[in-house]
Design a protein around this ligand. Structure first.
Ligand code: FAD
Ligand code: ZN
Length: 488
């Protein structure tokens, strides 16, 4: 009865075309991109405005219904799907997809949360600017999702993660209040910088309805190079050289292990390795400049020649056309897709201090081989950010044992922790890493996180069970209740 009244109420807020309750129609909203998370929900609600989001949240609060905010559903940690007990509605921001304004002289754009990343990038280009966030899911992911996961991607080395690309936010809080923080300011020290709490919160602290994002001058030239190198240590030496030579003009520096290239060339049509002769590792590097292509290219050639002389690279190809550059980037961006078809794997999105990446790789491989004989290293990622997608594959034709996943995760993440690293560099925690987080964060950090959740969402309405384990939340709630009682 209650659920029926809630549905009537929600229909009244968003209109009949703003709510989906049919099982078949709801399916796409309940399944993750890799099809490894599936949930159930009484309804998918698709508001068109911030006011509607606020009313939906208030109505859900009244009826005790929980909410999973959702963007483009490309998240990889199970955070954008509901649980399977129909206890949450899905609140999709997909119909809030307007670019509200572009302020070219201020280098900002105000966008609604459901804008697809590609659309934002295209609008920036129309204004002769760039919005530099770029990831493989660019055609599907939405800015609200990007902000809520603090997405990384390939240009972080120059422009930072999504966090550094956000100037202001508009957020609907768990009790339905609207926070209008849509300020396009470069400087604002008037109290706590609240927007940062919602960035990377995976929908657990508030629902982002709009954002002011930062734009940058469009580079006049972009030179892409694909380089063969003998080891991550040599790649690191090259990275140091490239940073010294190009400073902020170094816009991407990706490390790729040979198996990733072989598998991608085999599986993805139109992709081939431009470097003759096999090499254990490769680097995809991009340098962007405000000078002409010839000048930037000349500088890249000079730096690469010095790197060859110093033994940091053994071979190099510089893309000679836009098409060749696009092919190289397609190869890089298709690695995840190609990897999906190679059998059982153990995926990790880790970071360690950039200077320690080679040592980490040296140490982890023998440990893994001892645990699972025949395991194949499949590593690629953003060396410039110390962020690796460390996704070893089981031996061809072999089957994983029941405890392998857990054992590999613990081995990898324990070593990451020993290196002072993070078990999630850019994908977030969601459900995937929620329980592991407890092992790698200090008590004080976990208490602060749970305390924030309890402050912003005391009824645990927003994306419950994601990021923070329920037991941890309950424990912190009990501590707060006890201390209040003692205070009285
Ligand atoms: P969703 O998956 O819909 O949601 C993600 C999280 O954000 C969920 O917790 C959800 O509840 C929350 N959320 C969504 N919208 C809102 C909102 N408006 N308010 C509050 N909470 C909200 N990630 C990277 O960081 N770097 C990469 O290079 C990268 N490459 C990828 C490549 C591919 C092929 C794929 C499939 C994914 C990749 N990802 C990458 C992961 C993913 O694309 C990002 O996490 C992306 O930012 C998620 O955006 P989304 O709109 O799909 O969000
Ligand atoms: Zn990545």
């Amino acid at each position: 009865m209650t659920i029926e009244r809630l549905m009537i109420s929600l229909r009244g807020i968003v209109g009949a075309d703003g709510i989906v309750v049919d099982d078949a129609e709801m399916q796409p909203y309940l399944v993750s991109w890799r099809d490894n998370w599936r949930g159930k929900s009484p309804a998918v609600v698709r508001p068109r405005s911030t006011a509607e989001v606020s009313e939906v949240v208030r109505a859900c609060g009244k009826f005790g219904m929980k909410i999973v905010p959702q963007g483009g559903r490309t998240g990889v940690t199970g955070a954008s799907q509901p649980h399977d007990d129909s206890s949450e509605i899905v609140l999709s921001l997909e119909r809030m997809n307007k670019v509200r304004s572009v302020d070219v002289d201020n280098d900002t754009m105000t966008v609604e949360a459901g804008c697809v990343l590609q659309t934002i990038r295209a609008r920036a280009a129309e204004a002769d600017r760039i919005f530099p966030l770029l990831l493989g899911a660019v055609g599907s992911c939405m800015i609200g999702g990007n902000i809520s996961t603090n997405a990384g991607g390939v240009n972080v080395i120059r422009y930072g993660s999504t966090r550094s690309l956000v100037a202001g936010l508009e957020v609907v809080l768990a009790d339905g209040r609207v926070w209008d923080g849509l300020r396009g300011l470069r400087k604002d020290n008037a109290g706590y910088d609240l927007k940062h709490l919602f960035i990377g919160a995976e929908g657990t602290l508030g629902i982002i309805t709009a954002a002011v994002v930062r734009l940058f001058p469009k580079p006049r030239s972009e030179i892409t190079a694909f380089l063969a190198t003998s080891s991550p240590r040599d790649a690191l030496r090259l990275l140091v050289r490239a940073k010294e030579a190009f400073a902020e003009q170094l816009t991407a520096f990706e490390l790729i292990q040979r198996l990733c290239i072989d598998v991608t060339c085999k599986r993805i049509p139109g992709v081939s390795n431009p470097v003759a002769g096999p090499s254990p590792w490769y680097v995809l590097m991009e340098v962007s400049g405000q000078s002409s292509d010839e000048i930037t290219r000349g500088l890249v050639e000079e730096a690469l020649q010095a790197a060859i002389d110093a033994g940091e690279i053994v071979d190099a190809t510089i893309a000679s056309s836009m098409q060749q550059s696009q092919m190289l980037w397609k190869m890089r961006e298709s690695i995840a897709e190609a990897h999906k078809h190679e059998g059982t794997s153990f995926k990790h999105d880790i970071s360690v201090p950039t200077s320690r990446v080679p040592d980490f790789l040296d140490q982890i491989e023998p440990k893994l081989v001892a645990l699972i004989p025949g395991i194949r290293m499949f590593t690629f990622g953003h060396l410039g950010d110390g962020n690796l997608h460390f996704n070893p594959l089981i031996a061809e034709g072999a089957t994983a044992r029941p405890n392998d996943l857990q054992a590999v995760n613990t081995l990898v993440h324990d070593l990451v922790a020993a290196f002072g690293g993070s078990i999630s560099a850019e994908h977030g925690i969601g459900l995937l890493r929620r329980d592991e987080l407890v092992r790698y964060k200090s008590d004080v950090e976990l208490q602060m996180m749970a305390g924030l959740k309890l402050l912003f969402d005391p009824q645990n309405i927003l994306n419950p069970g994601k990021v923070i384990a329920p037991e941890l939340l309950a424990r912190e709630a009990a501590v707060i209740t006890r201390s209040r009682a003692e205070g009285n």
